[in-house]
Design a binder for this molecule. Structure first.
Ligand SMILES: [Zn+2]
Length: 326
């Protein structure tokens, strides 16, 4: 069975990396950035196969021993830095361990690959600890990072990396990928109507009942805010607040809906992050910069309440009143 990860879209990026591989110019440090769920980790795995595949002319083949081991996350030359701390960063201790490992020769192929996935929370100290290894890497070491934006990494670190964007795909490509994974047509359409071409978010929606509930509540709430329907707004927010985790998720989703609505007033061509385009469009009709700032502020306050152990139902009631005043 071929174990090549199914990468949807992003054909130009894959082709560019393949060409680099054939010309023996693969980057020694690569940053893949893009919104959550757009496939950065899948491409990172694909890149590891490209680098270590036993058939360079056809790399990544998805069938050789190296490719299979990478697919099974069992390749001895592909190491993933472990997350730690509240911000899910990497400890200086972990970075030091990786630096030591980077000096060790590969077990099998020519390279060892060190992955810092979801590096968004990586502290300045951890980045500084890694700087030297990325600046002057041992010939066999290759570093792969994924993050939402390049801005989370220090300019000194970034300047030594090949930085590539990963893009969400079209709705059609996303639906096709989900159907290939065996989801039912109707379910797929529902997920795609919420999250367009973001496969990761669509899969969470299909797999995780909590994500699905939060998504539907955030979408309903967006429509209620747009219609200034206080009763509906309160109903959605208090329903969400019955579970603190769900409430937090709904608040974060609402914030992205407000962001989308604000961007829609400026320009139609942007990467949508929220869960309901129609709701964001309805909301954008009466959106002003001041209203955006006030709504964002009200949601941040509700999130702070939640961290400060204010009861979530109380916080939902206060948020509803605040949003009505915006
Ligand atoms: Zn292979």
């Amino acid at each position: 069975m071929n174990r090549l990860p199914y990468v949807v879209g992003n054909g130009a990026l894959l082709q560019e990396l393949r060409t680099m591989c054939r010309n023996h110019h693969l980057p020694h440090a690569l940053l893949l950035h893009g919104e959550p769920g757009c496939g950065k980790k899948t491409i990172a795995r694909w890149f590891a196969m490209l680098t270590l595949c036993a058939h360079p002319a056809a790399a990544p083949c998805g069938e050789c021993r190296a490719c299979r081991l990478i697919a099974e996350q069992a390749h001895p030359d592909v190491l993933e830095a472990e997350h730690s701390g509240k911000r899910m960063g990497f400890s200086v201790e972990t970075v030091r361990k990786i630096r030591k490992e980077a000096a060790v020769l590969p077990n099998n192929g020519e390279k060892r690959i060190f992955c810092f996935l979801d590096a968004d929370g990586m502290s300045v100290q951890a980045q500084n600890a890694l700087l030297k290894s990325v600046e002057e890497p041992p010939p066999s070491a290759c570093f792969v990072f994924t993050a939402q934006t390049p801005g989370v990494l220090l300019p000194t670190l970034l300047s030594r990396m090949t930085v590539k964007a990963v893009f969400p795909v079209s709705k059609g490509e996303c639906a096709e990928a989900l159907l290939r994974r065996g989801y039912a047509e109707q379910e797929v359409q529902r997920a795609v109507s919420r999250y367009d071409g973001n496969i990761g978010k669509c899969i969470s929606f299909l797999e995780d009942e909590a994500v699905r509930q939060a998504t539907e509540l955030a979408a309903e709430c967006t429509h209620a805010i747009a219609a200034r329907d206080e009763y509906q707004m309160l109903r959605c927010l208090t329903a969400a607040a019955a579970d603190r985790d769900r409430y937090r998720q709904v608040l974060l989703l609402l914030d992205t809906q407000i962001r989308d609505a604000a961007l829609l007033t400026l320009d139609g061509s942007f990467d949508r992050l929220g869960c309901d385009r129609i709701g964001a469009e309805a909301l954008s009709k009466e959106m002003t910069p001041t209203r955006t700032a006030k709504m964002h502020g009200a949601i941040l306050e509700a999130l702070t309440d939640l961290d400060g152990n204010v009861g979530s139902v109380l916080s939902a009631t206060a948020l509803c009143a605040a949003l009505m005043r915006c």
